[in-house]
Design a protein around this ligand. Structure first.
Ligand code: BF8
Ligand code: SF4
Length: 625
């Protein structure tokens, strides 16, 4: 493994070398030290759900075929899968709840630091939810917040209000026919934990259905609330030019990286760093100014809304610190490697944790409270400035690479680029100029070469006239590779290129952070409704070439449950049960119209998506091209 290429991105390769010269251990070193990884775990065949275990099932059928309690391979694999979905949905849901609580406090006038920035979006949300839009904005916002929080706490058996308001009828009918309509965002997570407890649900089928229900509470609930409310408070993204990769850091400025997921804090850091007093303070320390740059999804949030540059995606978080110029790495929660403090030990960087939910031993903790948002953001920025003189000159190396691109393609922005409705997009799909739409999402995973799958699948698809939309760490990979530049259209097939040139858009569109996968869901729903067909009838597909997080499992599951053919590039831990594999890769299609496929080769992954889209075109439009 030591000699294997670790990244498609030369910047990463270069900085791994620097890390090693500086004596820093990286995620790749630790992956190597973990080899061989547990075969039972890889297959999903180990269970630690009670203290009669841990139990594992012999995948070759020669040894133990049941856990101490009698659980079979399918029971154990499906229970583990459901727990992954529940954990992923919990992360998104808890993020959504935090945004909703801030939103509610803002509407009640209890917070100074937040306001309604997008009044139109507030009214659109309220209208969808059936809330009177004639009253004062604050009254509308209060009612919208109450409805969202009700979806986290209601105890009736009805579908959550947000899913009811946003999902197409055809999907809701499917969900109720198999009893997977989510009733309460938190309840589905709790029930998943209950069912997977020792001695409760042992049937892989009913467990899997609960997994689907939990994921739908995420996609059409927790994540959706996070996206919609963030748009109202911080603005709905519009196309904006920005940059990505470690070259966005500057040696003679104070560099602050915001890393994590929730924009409630990162938005405030951006504001605080623009404050004159802070800039003067930075100058008094010898710096020319202050740079705030993002990392991972909170980076996507501020890049989409303000064009704030992005330092990199998941596998670059440690490497950002090895540049020696990061004065503070400010983290909230999710996808933050605890190793950041070990890396920071070799440099002057302060790792600042800000959420009481995500503490890291060795990090400085400045707890964020929305009531004191501005004050705390300034304190954090001040900490970074004061750390600027502590840099060690001979440890500094900033890679030159930074790529520009246009980001900010919310559904609203896409509709605006199309002249006010989705119809022109639907028309070019019908004409075959654009054959279909693929959503590429998800992470980096050190088990595979960083960014290769993410970038190559996208390139192959656009070359075949498939418009690519995406989120999360995929987006950052795509931006670094130049796919968000207008000139990226040169890589597209003639039909897609013509559309991109006409509209002035790149062939791959950045739709946001991972909670913003809901923008993709809502887009697909809108196209299906405009055509009067089911989502699964559309020439669309999803892919997660380099996924690693439990959140990605929840996302993949809600896409499949929403009728989307979804290809995974890294293998999920389910191969220990042929029944679970059959259900997710075949059986589910008969019900939702979506299914999972696993394919790690980017070219083959793209070929599967192209074939799927061609088939859907024939079924829907009676033609291939
Ligand atoms: O939520 S893509 S590595 S940063 S999990 Fe994490 Fe994966 Fe990146 Fe955003 Ni999404
Ligand atoms: Fe073993 Fe059953 Fe306990 Fe799991 S729940 S550890 S399979 S005894």
């Amino acid at each position: 493994m030591a000699d294997k290429k670790k990244s498609y991105d030369n910047t990463t390769e270069e900085m791994i070398k620097k890390a090693h010269c500086d004596g820093v251990q990286t995620v790749w070193d630790r992956l190597e030290a973990q080899q061989p990884q547990c075969g039972f775990g890889q297959l999903g065949l180990c269970c630690r759900n009670c203290n009669m275990g841990p139990c594992r099932i012999d995948p070759f059928g020669e040894g133990t075929s049941k856990g101490v309690c009698g659980a079979t391979a399918s029971t154990i694999v499906s229970r583990n899968l459901v727990r992954m979905i529940a954990a992923g949905a919990a992360a998104h849901g808890d993020h959504g709840r935090e945004v909703a609580l801030v939103f509610k406090a803002m509407a009640e006038g209890a917070l100074e630091g937040y306001e309604i920035k997008d009044e139109t979006k507030l009214k659109v949300i309220a209208y969808k939810l059936g809330i009177d839009i004639e009253s004062e904005n604050t009254e509308i916002a209060k009612e919208v917040a109450r409805t969202a929080l009700w979806d986290f706490g209601k105890q009736d058996e009805k579908i959550i209000t947000f899913a009811d308001a946003y999902a197409p009828k055809s999907l809701k009918n499917i969900w109720s026919s198999i009893k997977v309509a989510p009733r309460n965002i938190d309840r589905e997570i709790t029930e998943s934990m209950h069912r997977t407890n020792m001695g409760v649900d042992a049937d892989y089928l009913s467990l899997s259905l609960q997994g689907i229900r939990t994921s739908l509470g995420d996609g059409w609930g927790g994540s959706l609330i996070a996206t919609e409310f963030s748009d109202v408070m911080f603005g709905t993204p519009k196309p904006v030019k920005t940059f990505a990769n470690l070259g966005v850091l500057e040696e003679d400025k104070v560099n602050i990286i915001t890393h994590g997921h929730v924009p409630i804090l990162s938005e405030k850091i951006v504001e605080a760093a623009e404050d004159k007093e802070m800039i003067e303070l930075a100058k008094s320390k010898g710096a020319l100014g202050i740079i705030v740059a993002g990392m991972c999804c909170t980076g996507n949030e501020i890049s989409m809304r303000h064009g704030i540059p992005t330092t990199g995606n998941f596998l670059q978080q440690e490497l950002a610190i090895t540049t020696g110029v990061v004065d503070a790495m400010v983290v909230d929660y999710q996808c933050i490697m605890p190793s950041l403090v070990d890396v920071a030990d070799c440099y002057h960087t302060k790792v600042i944790t800000t959420s009481e939910k995500a503490r890291i031993p060795g990090a400085q903790h400045i707890e964020f409270q929305p009531q004191k948002a501005d004050e705390i953001a300034r304190e954090i920025v001040k900490n970074a400035i004061e750390n600027y003189p502590a840099r060690t000159k001979d440890k500094i190396k900033i890679p030159s690479e930074k790529m520009d691109g246009i980001v900010g393609f919310s559904l609203e922005a896409i509709v605006e680029a199309l002249g006010g409705s989705l119809n022109p997009l639907i028309d070019v799909i019908k004409e075959g100029k654009i054959k279909g739409i693929a959503g590429i999402v998800g992470c980096n995973n050190p088990k595979v070469e960083q960014d290769r799958g993410n970038v190559e699948v996208a390139k192959e698809l656009v070359a075949n006239d498939i418009l690519v939309v995406g989120t999360g760490c995929w987006s950052i990979a795509a931006m670094k590779a130049g796919l968000f530049k207008l000139e990226g259209a040169e890589l597209a097939g003639a039909g897609l290129k013509a559309v991109c040139d006409k509209l002035g858009i790149p062939p791959c569109l950045h739709m946001g952070s991972c909670v913003d996968n809901t923008r993709i869901l809502v887009t697909i729903a809108a196209i299906a409704e405009a055509l009067g067909v089911k989502t699964s009838d559309l020439p669309v597909a999803g892919a997660a070439p380099e996924w690693m997080s439990e959140k990605a499992v929840a996302i993949g599951t809600y896409f499949v449950a929403s009728g989307v053919f979804t290809v995974l590039g890294t293998v999920p831990p389910i191969l220990g049960s042929s029944e679970v594999v059959e259900l997710l890769t075949e059986g589910v299609e008969a019900v939702t119209g979506g299914k999972f496929v696993v394919e790690s080769n980017p070219k083959k992954m793209a070929a599967l998506i192209i074939e799927h889209i061609e088939n859907k075109r024939i079924q829907l439009l009676g033609k291939r091209g």
